[in-house]
Design a protein around this ligand. Structure first.
Ligand code: PHE
Length: 470
């Protein structure tokens, strides 16, 4: 069933940058900072870092090793190891299929803001209601999403080493430089508000870095843990087949343990720096109250920050949103690439034909998600109490419901059915060393299944129901 069009990475750095390109996206730059700000800065950081080194490491290692050892994408990988477990591959395929529809919508929003700042409309973007007016308008968000999707489709259409690898090799280092630059700039900010209170970027940095344990209860801690875990899945692009597909492109002489550590470092580093550029800036201009803004932080609060910088705000704003656009593009590419390469295998069809068909289907689905803010508007209450429109429902189903379920099943499969050794052998292929072998085995057999089961029950609202029984 080997696919004749199969491409592979030309180098290990190409693999690392492409995997990092998938991992680094709006998850790092938009989602991580607002969660960190909401969940008390330093404390969230501490918890998240702990999770990256334990769960992140385990899940990423599992995905990539399965991909490389089987040489197959997620759809066929599980089935080729144990035919009875083929269902897991199919379940896994659902996640990128769902995420694709709404990621393109967010990509469109980012493209819109990048365009606005490049055209110098800083003041308009900072007005109250600008973001809401934009996403609820009938035509504009659809146009931006279609342009964003067309760019993504073009890269996937032209094949992996020519397209994605080349794109990531150029874009990822530039992105890193821009983030470091903006983060340093953010620390130099200082602003005196109407009450004569002066706040500086360095004070903001302290809020971001120093854990504050006052008023911490067990249930608050559990919430921080859940937020951090959900963020980890989304941010590392694990448990959705993407890293399995990428693993299948990696040559046997690439040292996986080292590459995986580098991908984790890159992804976490960008999230950390994104927090460092956004949180001090929000603190300086809006104080601690401004930090609780939630998901709208990047699209509503940040433009106000750029506005108060005066003329420099146009430049900083443009650099910022162009940077987020790059990150969103490389992530969306990885989602589309997974869908395309899987369907090429299933239907034995060419990359060009499949890319076209899937892009059109994704475009139609994304337009429907977009219309969730006007034509198809509804208010649905999710099990976690959040009011949701189509986009939020899809996000919840994929991240909070499917991903813990898939992580649970995958850990049971590797830990108990094929045994951790199956993965560790692949990690040690061609004499490579796998230092964290025993740690990996304990994680995948015991820790991941237990915690994922709890998380899954929590996300379905079942845990709360069980708790009321006591
Ligand atoms: N990991 C990406 C981010 O942080 C998002 C993503 C999700 C990418 C799912 C691929 C698949 O934004």
């Amino acid at each position: 069933m080997e696919n004749k069009n199969k491409s592979s990475f030309t180098s290990s750095i190409g693999f690392i940058l492409t995997a990092a390109g998938s991992a680094v996206g709006v998850g790092n730059i938009w989602r991580f900072p607002y969660l960190a700000a909401k969940d008390g800065g330093g404390l969230f950081l501490l918890v998240y870092l702990g999770l990256v080194l334990t769960f992140g490491f385990t899940l990423l290692t599992t995905d990539i090793a399965i991909g490389r050892r089987t040489g197959r994408n997620a759809w066929h990988a599980f089935e080729s190891i144990r035919p009875k477990w083929g269902f897991l591959g199919k379940l896994t395929f659902l996640v990128p299929a769902i995420i694709m529809t709404y990621y393109a919508v967010i990509g469109g929003w980012v493209l819109k803001y990048a365009t606005v700042y490049v055209c110098g409309q800083r003041a308009q973007a900072a007005q109250d209601g600008y973001f809401l007016d934009f996403i609820t308008s009938p035509v504009s968000p659809i146009v931006f999403l279609l342009i964003f999707l067309a760019i993504t489709a073009f890269v996937v259409y032209s094949g992996v080493e020519k397209g994605i690898e080349k794109f990531s090799k150029v874009v990822m280092p530039i992105l890193l430089l821009m983030i470091v630059g903006t983060a340093i700039y953010s620390l130099t900010l200082s602003h005196t508000d109407a009450n004569g209170v002066t706040r500086t970027g360095l004070q903001g940095l302290a809020v971001y870095l120093i854990p504050d344990f006052t008023g911490l209860t067990f249930s608050k801690f559990l919430n921080i843990l859940l937020d951090a875990m959900g963020q980890l899945f989304f941010s590392l692009s694990v448990s959705m087949g993407i890293m399995i597909t990428y693993g299948s492109y990696v040559k046997k002489d690439v040292n996986l343990e080292k590459s995986i550590a580098q991908v984790e470092f890159f992804d976490t580093g960008v999230a950390f720096l994104a927090g460092m550029m956004i949180i001090p800036a929000i603190f300086v201009f809006a104080g601690t109250e401004g930090m609780a803004a939630g998901p709208s932080l990047m699209f509503q609060s940040l433009p106000k920050v750029f506005e108060s910088m005066g003329a420099a705000g146009t430049l900083v704003g443009a650099a910022f949103f162009v940077m987020v656009l790059f990150a969103a593009l490389t992530s969306c590419l990885s989602i589309l690439e997974t869908l395309v390469s899987t369907c090429m295998n299933i239907f034995h069809s060419s990359r060009k034909k499949v890319s076209l068909v899937i892009s059109v289907i994704s475009a139609v689905a994304a337009v429907i998600v977009c219309l969730g803010y006007n034509v198809f508007y509804f208010e649905y209450t999710l099990p976690n109490g959040q009011t949701a429109q189509i986009l939020d429902v899809l996000d919840y189903v994929s991240n909070n419901f499917l991903m813990p379920l898939i992580a649970f099943l995958t850990a049971v499969f590797v830990g108990w059915v094929i045994k951790p050794q199956w993965v560790t052998e692949e990690m040690e292929v061609q004499g490579a060393t796998f230092g964290k072998k025993h740690f990996y085995a304990v994680m995948v057999r015991w820790v991941v299944p237990v915690i994922m089961a709890i998380l899954f029950l929590q996300s379905t609202g079942l845990l709360a129901k069980v708790a009321t029984l006591f």
